[in-house]
Design a binder for this molecule. Structure first.
Ligand code: GLU
Length: 415
């Protein structure tokens, strides 16, 4: 039987907790989510019809700061998934040392079935009903799968119209003109590339001569590919919800982005490439695989197909615990999600700081600060992995959990 995503998170958590000897009381607190908000809300559309939607916000932990994490719009969004994703956000913020807890939310919806006007109504209605539970010092949503800067602007505007003053920091990932930050849109992709570059340096891989393949061509995947292009690495294959394409000579990420923009976001049919199966895609011989789509892609079934040196996780939770064991056994290195894709939330933090101080930093500043944060976290994970003789996912967890444990101990437990 397939186990749930949240069970998978707990297995990762238990492994690290055992290895580091995490305090038993802290362990009890971190094993559960704090608040789980489920909202069934109706929306009235321009043609007069009413539809009812289900939205979620799970707040896992706020020991280190306000709850923080994205909102996704996807037909498969449900409570167990959001619970897992919220928990990962707590670990992610703790690992990269930003003053946030973890949350995640979303609406169970296929956004492709709705017009822009309808998405605006749905977003504003959800923001309205979610308003009592969020706020710049309470819980701060951001973009995630299928959500954009535009939607963050609508959430901010709705929240503000409800009478909240001085509340730009209620969401991050906003458009520049609505208090967004330079570099936020590309931040997750940029972070992935900073970390791959560091790993390549450590492992004497010449990126200019390297090859990689990519799953997912949304915000994270397409930015990672466009930035990877500057390093000279060759993109051999890409997969999205419309299928997988490959080209031995390399796929131009910029041209693919332009093509997908005119093709409802999909990569299918990109000239000069051939269509391959999912299995062929996974078996692509390359130096690096970047999964940047959905969860549970690298499993007991698929991990044996991979033929790479490094998996750099752009998605949240792309590898389950069985997949992890196989990667380790096969000597495939891993940049785990909570490290590898943390660039997004790090620049969200920079955006929130800029909003607090009515500042706007330039792109060079943001990129330099992002790089510094990520490379520091990379160094800590590397040292912890060596110290505990463990894999990088477990080492990342140990780093994150140690910070949380210290904070719990220093604060004590309110009865
Ligand atoms: N959705 C992104 C993530 O999973 C960004 C979250 C944020 O910026 O709060 O990390």
């Amino acid at each position: 039987m397939m186990s749930s995503l949240h069970e998978n998170v707990l297995r990762q958590f238990n492994k690290a907790s055992d290895l580091m000897g995490l305090d038993a009381n802290v362990r009890k607190c971190l094993a559960t989510t704090e608040n789980e908000i489920v909202i069934h809300f109706h929306v009235k559309f321009a043609d007069g019809r009413i539809e009812v939607f289900t939205g979620y916000r799970v707040q896992h932990n706020n020991t280190l700061g306000p709850y923080k994490g994205g909102l996704r719009y996807h037909p498969k969004v449900e409570l167990d998934e959001v619970r897992a994703l919220a928990t990962w956000m707590t670990w992610k913020s703790a690992l990269v040392d930003i003053p946030y807890g973890g949350a995640k939310g979303g609406i169970q919806i296929d956004p492709a079935q709705y017009s822009q006007d309808e998405i605006q109504r749905i977003t504003r209605r959800f923001a309205h009903d979610l308003a009592p539970f969020i706020g710049p010092e309470r819980d701060i949503p951001a973009p995630d799968v299928n959500t954009t800067a535009q939607m963050m602007a609508w959430i901010y505007d709705t929240y503000k119209e409800m009478g909240h003053e001085n509340c730009l920091g209620v969401v991050t990932g906003k458009p520049l003109v609505v208090g967004g930050s330079a570099g936020r849109e590309k931040a997750t992709g940029q972070g992935i590339v900073f970390l791959i570059e560091e790993w390549a340096k450590d492992n004497k891989l010449d990126l200019a001569k390297s090859t990689y393949f990519l799953q997912g061509f949304g915000n994270v995947g397409s930015w990672a590919a466009r930035i990877m292009k500057r390093s000279g690495a060759k993109l051999l294959a890409v997969e999205d919800a419309s299928g997988a394409i490959a080209c031995k000579k390399g796929i131009d990420a910029e041209a693919l982005r332009t093509y997908a923009d005119g093709n409802k976001g999909f990569i299918k049919g990109f000239p000069g490439t051939k269509v391959i199966t999912h299995e062929e895609f996974l078996a692509t011989k390359a130096d690096i695989f970047i999964p940047a789509a959905m969860e549970s892609q690298i499993t007991a079934k698929t991990a044996p197909l991979l033929s790479v040196k490094l998996v750099a996780e752009g998605a949240n939770g792309p590898t389950d615990t069985d997949g992890d064991a196989i990667l380790t056994e096969r000597g495939i290195a891993l940049l785990p999600d909570i490290l590898c894709n943390s660039g997004g939330v790090v620049v969200s933090y920079f955006e929130w700081l800029q909003n607090k101080h009515s500042e706007s930093w330039d792109l060079e500043d943001v990129d330099a600060k992002l790089k510094k944060k990520l490379l520091a976290a990379y160094g800590r994970v590397k040292d912890t992995a060596a110290k505990h003789k463990t894999d990088w996912r477990t080492a990342s967890y140990i780093e994150a959990l140690s910070r949380l444990e210290d904070a719990y101990k220093a604060r004590g437990f309110f009865p």
